[in-house]
Design a binder for this molecule. Structure first.
Ligand SMILES: Nc1ncnc2c1ncn2[C@@H]1O[C@H](COP(=O)(O)OP(=O)(O)OP(=O)(O)O)[C@@H](O)[C@H]1O
Ligand SMILES: [Mg+2]
Length: 377
């Protein structure tokens, strides 16, 4: 029998979202561990599409050749970058990630190349850059298409001879590092539009590997779902029911625009809340696609439909209450609901409290106490 959601399970759903891998560009946090990778049979699965990826990655990992990973969001570019590092001569050094989209250009330059004491206001001590930290290791430039043109030239100079200077320092330093870049944008299009330097493109694109979308590797969904389930059971110290063949069949038939990240999120909901939650896709558009993908589900008995509607209504009411209690300040409402600001904005749209089209006008109404937020907040 379908389980009725309780207020408690509902709040948990909101919290799960807050604890789930965030879509927000990650802050540069320093060097990252690579030993948390999934085992190879999971990471590469059994699909033809991933066999190709594995073959290419295995061929180049022994060398120091620059690699460009491209593919849609959530397809596993970063996971593969870590795998390449782990299997390359640079594994004795550190894996240093720089998210080029997360930091404005001027700051990014000092993050990348470091600075000397007194180089600019606030530079009270000298600081090494990410490039320096990657010496004898791997420098992973994520979302490389977002680099501004000024930094692209600086990076190009560095890639040409391995030399660079910290900001405010005349002397040159040398670094040996493996370079891996990742993007979900079409860099060639960026070149045509004058946003990306062709010479830098040829430097970073010596070998390129395309990460397939999850829907191009449906055969791997079962093994991945099982892996995520175990991971979340361990993380949340909670056992969950075995994934029924019917459920796996349903998951294999979805389109997964958010790729492995979206599958992982669905399984997190499955573990914490149950099968009902796992099959509620994350956006209205996805709900429509899911209904098409699974006629059985679309025609499910009224109880299931009612349960789903009830979940949505409860969520909507909770959010409304929190917004009212916090004078429509979304940031404070998010704190009260124990979810991220971004998750709240998503929920406000998802529950139909405002539509995407009325976003701008409603956004200013919602923040009527003068708080201003950036859209990526
Ligand atoms: N091959 C894989 N096996 C198991 N989990 C994976 C695999 N690839 C990706 N994941 C998981 O899916 C999520 C997204 O992966 P990752 O961050 O590497 O994707 P991405 O392509 O870099 O995404 P984005 O473009 O949004 O930065 C992560 O939680 C990661 O652990
Ligand atoms: Mg990434």
């Amino acid at each position: 029998m379908a389980q009725w959601p309780t207020l408690c399970s509902f709040l948990t759903l909101l919290e799960v979202r807050a604890n789930m891998p965030s879509e927000k560009p990650k802050k540069i946090t320093g060097t990252e561990p690579v030993d948390l990778l999934p085992p190879d049979p999971i990471l590469f699965g059994q699909s033809e599409a991933m066999k190709e990826v594995r073959l290419r990655a295995a061929k180049i990992c022994d060398t120091n050749i620059p690699v460009l990973l491209y593919g849609d969001g959530g397809t596993g570019k970063e996971v593969l970058a870590r795998w390449i590092h782990k299997h390359s001569p640079s594994r004795t050094g550190q894996f240093v990630k720089v998210n080029c989209a997360a930091i404005p250009g001027t700051l990014l330059e000092s993050e990348l190349f470091g600075y000397e004491k007194g180089a600019f206001t606030g530079a009270r001590v000298s600081k090494p850059g990410r490039v320096e930290l990657a010496h004898n290791g791997t420098l992973f430039l994520d979302e490389v298409a977002e680099l501004d043109l000024g930094l692209q030239s600086k990076l190009l100079q560095f890639l040409q001879d391995g030399h660079y200077s910290r900001i405010g320092d005349e002397s040159e330093r040398a670094v040996e590092a493996r370079l891996i870049c990742a993007t979900n944008k079409d860099l060639e299009h960026g070149i045509e539009a004058g946003r990306f330097r062709a010479d830098l493109y040829y430097r970073i694109n010596v070998v390129r590997i395309r990460m397939p979308r999850l829907r191009e590797r449906r055969e791997d969904i079962t093994i991945l779902a099982g892996y995520f389930k175990k991971q979340y059971e361990r993380q949340f110290v909670k056992e969950s029911a075995a994934l029924e063949p019917q459920m796996l069949n349903y998951l294999r038939n979805l389109d997964w625009p958010g790729n492995l990240r979206e599958l992982s999120n669905s399984i997190a909901r499955y573990v914490l809340i149950g099968p009902e939650a796992a099959i509620i896709p994350e956006s209205p558009k996805r709900r429509a696609a899911a209904a098409q993908a699974s006629p059985d589900e679309a025609n499910a008995g009224p109880l299931k439909r009612i349960a789903r509607e009830a979940i949505r209504d409860m969520e909507r009411n909770l959010i409304l209450e929190a917004l009212r209690a916090n004078q429509w300040n979304r940031r404070r409402a998010a704190v009260a609901l124990k979810i991220s600001y971004r998750a709240l904005i998503y929920k406000i749209r998802d529950t139909g409290l405002i539509s995407g089209r009325s976003k701008l006008s409603t956004d200013s109404q919602l923040d009527n106490n003068g708080a201003s937020h950036s859209s990526t907040d």
